[in-house]
Design a protein around this ligand. Structure first.
Ligand code: 2HG
Ligand code: ZN
Length: 453
C-alpha cells in the first residue's frame, strides 16, 4: 500500500529536489535519502500517517523549520519525512489564561509577533526564530538567548496534542496551571526529538511585555573574569541576557556582515548583556566596579532600539559567519561556576593536541552553555577535518564528563551525538529511556536511530 492511500497526492512530494530539501536540517555530513515527504494538514491526518507507517513498517522523520544542528531531522535511509509546514496556523487565543494554541508548524517569530500584537510576550528567542517552528522547538526544548531570565521552551508549554508511535492522539495537560494527577507526560515529550510522538499542537503560555531593553557590550581581557562580570551585574540587577564571544568570533561576524567592532580596544573576549531600561543606573554601577577590578576594559551601551539590534548582530550573526569554515561544532554545558575552568581545560586540550587550529568560542555563558566551534584550516579537506573532529570528540566529552556537564546543552543529540550519550547520561538512565521509547513507539517507527541506536 502506498502513502497516497491515506493522504492526498497534493500533500506528497517525491521529486529529488524536494527530498534533498526536506530530508535534512542545518547539519552537514549525513546522507540524505528519504523516500517521500508528506504534508499533513490536521491531527487526524497525522494519526492516519502513523497508522499507515505501522501497517507498512515505514519509518517517519518529523520535520519542522529544519534549523537543527544535530541531525535530528535528517532522513538517511528511505524514511517518510512528515513536514509540519502546512500545519502552521494559530488556532486559538485565550486572553485570560494568556494561552495561545499553535499548530506545530507555526514559525517562532510568528508566535512572537502574535504575542506582541496582543501586548504580550513570548520570550524564547534565538537567531533562527524566523524559520524554526514551534513543534521543533518543543521537540528539542530549544533554549537561545533569553534563558537566563525566562528559561527554556519547556517553561512555556502549557499543553499539547501529540500522536504517539502507536497512533494514539493524546491531549496532555490542556493549559492548566495546576494539575496534580500523576505523571506529566507533556514534559516527557519536550526534548524527546521526535522519538516518542509527533507533536501536532502546542498551547504556549505568554507573559507581560518587558520594558524597553538596553544592550551593553564589554571587553573582557581574561576568560576567568567573565564569571566575575556576570556576578557583578547579577548582584545589582536582573539580566535578560548574558552572552559572550571571543575576538576571533568577532572578526568573523564583522567580516561576514560588514560591521564595525563595538569597542576601540580589542580584547580576547566580549560579554553582551541585556537588561531593562530602568536598571541603567544599577548597570552603570556594576560596570564601574568591573573596570575598577580590571575585569572589563571598555564598554558600549545602546542608545536606541536600532543600536541594541546592531549590537545583538555581533552575537547572533556568528554561527552563520563561520558556516563557510565547516566548523567542528559542539554545544556544551557545565554549571555556571565551572565555566572559566572548563573553558581553559578545552583550550589547553585543543592547543596541545591540535596546535594551529582556530577555536571560535561564543555562547550563552550566563546559562553555562558554550558553543565550541573549531574552524577547518583552509588547506584541509572537509572529510579529513571531519575525521579529526570525530577523533577529538571523546576527548572533549571526557572533559565534559569530569565536570558532570552536558554534551548537548540546547541543540539536541540527534544523529550527531548519539554515540556519546553515555558521557552525560548513565547506563541506567539510557536503559530507562529505551524503555520509554518502546512504550510510546512500540513499532520503532518514529525517528529511528536518533538519540540512540
Ligand atoms: C547560537 O547560539 C546557536 O548562535 C548556534 O545555538 C550555535 O552555531 C552554533 O554552534
Ligand atoms: Zn545557542
Amino acid at each position: 500500500m502506498a502513502i497516497d492511500s491515506v493522504i492526498d497526492a497534493k500533500q506528497i512530494k517525491t521529486d529529488s529536489e524536494s527530498l534533498a530539501v526536506w530530508g535534512k536540517d542545518w547539519t552537514n555530513g549525513f546522507e540524505v535519502a528519504p523516500s517521500a515527504v508528506v504534508f499533513p494538514e490536521s491531527n487526524e491526518q497525522v494519526v492516519a500517517i502513523v497508522e499507515y507507517a505501522i501497517a507498512n513498517q515505514v519509518s517517519l522523520v518529523p520535520s519542522g523549520g529544519r534549523t537543527g544542528l544535530s541531525g535530528g531531522a535528517v532522513a538517511s535511509s528511505g524514511e517518510v519525512v512528515v513536514s509540519f509546514d502546512r500545519m502552521n496556523r494559530i488556532i486559538d487565543f485565550n486572553k485570560e489564561d494568556r494561552l495561545v494554541t499553535c499548530q506545530a508548524g507555526v514559525v517562532t517569530q510568528v508566535l512572537q509577533e502574535f504575542a506582541a500584537e496582543h501586548d504580550l510576550f513570548y520570550p524564547v528567542d534565538f537567531a533562527s526564530a524566523g524559520s524554526s517552528q514551534v513543534g521543533g522547538n518543543v521537540a528539542t526544548n530549544a533554549g537561545g538567548i533569553k534563558v537566563i531570565r525566562y528559561g527554556l521552551t519547556r517553561n512555556w508549554v502549557a499543553g499539547m496534542r501529540i500522536v504517539t508511535g502507536a497512533g494514539v492522539l493524546l491531549a496532555c495537560n490542556q493549559g492548566l496551571v495546576k494539575n496534580a494527577t500523576g505523571y506529566d507526560l507533556r514534559h516527557l515529550f519536550i526534548g524527546s526529538e521526535g522519538t516518542l510522538g509527533l507533536i501536532c499542537e502546542v498551547d504556549m503560555r505568554l507573559t507581560s511585555l518587558p520594558e524597553s531593553q538596553v544592550v551593553m557590550v564589554v571587553g573582557v581581557p581574561n576568560a576567568v573574569d567573565l564569571l566575575s562580570v556576570l556576578m557583578a551585574f547579577s548582584d545589582e540587577l536582573t539580566l535578560s541576557a548574558f552572552e559572550f564571544f571571543s575576538d576571533l568570533a568577532l572578526d568573523k561576524v564583522i567580516a561576514h556582515r560588514d560591521l564595525q567592532p563595538p569597542l576601540a580596544t580589542r580584547e580576547p573576549y566580549y560579554a553582551l548583556l541585556e537588561f531593562d531600561e530602568s536598571s541603567l543606573d544599577a548597570a552603570t554601577r556594576a560596570f564601574e566596579h568591573c573596570v575598577t577590578e580590571g575585569w572589563v576594559t571598555d564598554g558600549v551601551i545602546s542608545q536606541s532600539g536600532a543600536q541594541a539590534q546592531a549590537l545583538w548582530q555581533l552575537r547572533e550573526g556568528i554561527s552563520e559567519s563561520i558556516a563557510g569554515d565547516t566548523p567542528y561544532k559542539n554545544d556544551l554545558s557545565v554549571t555556571i561556576n565551572q565555566v572559566p575552568e572548563f573553558l581553559s581545560d578545552v583550550d589547553q586540550f585543543v592547543e596541545a593536541s591540535y596546535p594551529g587550529y582556530d577555536v571560535c568560542w561564543y555562547g550563552h555563558i550566563g546559562d553555562g552553555n558554550l558553543h565550541l566551534n573549531i574552524l577547518r584550516p583552509e588547506d584541509m579537506s572537509v572529510e579529513d577535518f571531519m575525521e579529526k573532529g570525530h577523533e577529538m570528540s571523546p576527548k572533549i566529552f571526557e572533559l565534559v564528563q569530569e565536570r558532570q556537564g552536558s554534551i548537548s546543552a540546547e541543540h539536541g543529540v540527534g544523529l550527531l551525538k548519539k554515540d556519546f550519550l553515555n558521557y552525560t547520561r548513565s547506563d541506567k538512565e539510557i536503559e530507562l529511556m529505551r524503555g520509554l521509547k518502546n512504550l510510546f513507539d512500540p513499532h520503532q517507527i518514529l525517528n529511528p536511530g536518533k538519540l540512540f541506536s
